[in-house]
Design a protein around this ligand. Structure first.
Ligand code: FMN
Length: 205
């Protein structure tokens, strides 16, 4: 029997689209994966989610059978985002640094993934993530240098958020110092390429 094709979920959030450094690193990573992955693309800059607001939260909190047509449509936004994550075997996430944080488009996607009773639950021992674990690879592209420094607001946040929903197999590929001169950018991209080789080999194994 032929085994089901594996799925890679590709989540880009660069406002520069496919020219974004994070988007380009993701393409390199996909090239390095073995054949046989089906690909699903989510382009958060092109198809941005709105800011999460009360009507959508209220739709989530309304039992499915009681939702109005408007609430059904609002709940479907998050249901579909979660379904794409659930059906993936590997998730690639482009994480440009914009103004010391993740792009607002990426945060709006995260806001659709955290659903009480669906992707996490609270217990007396604290929160428990409910998603089935799978590798998530982040492509962190930055004009300056932050890795392992207190000013890195992204990596601790990404670790907290993804482990909260049950995804703890997290890998980080960094390209830093992209806006610190041509030599610095070239070195950063070469270092990222080496990390891509290492992490893609682990994922393929
Ligand atoms: C609006 C904006 C804000 C930025 N803010 C930061 C920042 O706070 N720190 C930093 O190191 N680089 C910053 N940069 C530089 C980006 O991190 C860098 O250009 C990186 O390549 C972005 O990833 P991308 O090419 O995939 O979009 C910023 C770039 C833009 C466009």
């Amino acid at each position: 029997m032929k085994s089901a094709m594996k799925k890679v979920l590709v989540v880009n959030s660069s406002v520069s689209g496919e020219k974004g450094q994070s988007s380009q690193l993701i393409e390199q990573f996909i090239q390095a994966l073995p054949a046989g992955f089906a690909r699903e693309d989510v382009d958060l800059a092109a198809d941005a989610y709105p800011h999460l607001a009360m009507p959508e939260l209220a739709a989530w909190m309304t039992p499915v059978a009681d939702r109005s047509a408007e609430q059904q449509a609002l709940a479907a936004i998050s249901d579909q985002a979660i379904a794409a994550v659930e059906s993936a075997d590997v998730i690639l996430v482009g994480v440009p640094m914009y103004n010391f944080g993740v792009p607002t488009q990426l945060k709006s996607w995260f806001d659709r993934l955290a659903r009480a009773g669906i992707t996490f639950k609270y217990t007396e021992q604290g929160p428990v993530g409910l998603l089935q674990n799978k590798p998530v690879i982040f492509f962190a592209t930055r004009g300056g240098i932050y890795k392992d420094l207190p000013a890195d607001s992204q990596t601790p946040f990404l670790k907290s958020f993804f482990s909260f929903i049950g995804l703890t197999d997290l890998h980080f590929i960094y390209a830093e110092g992209l806006n610190m001169g041509a030599d610095s950018a070239q070195q950063a991209l070469a270092a990222a390429k080496a990390q891509i080789g290492e992490v893609s080999a682990k994922i393929a194994a």
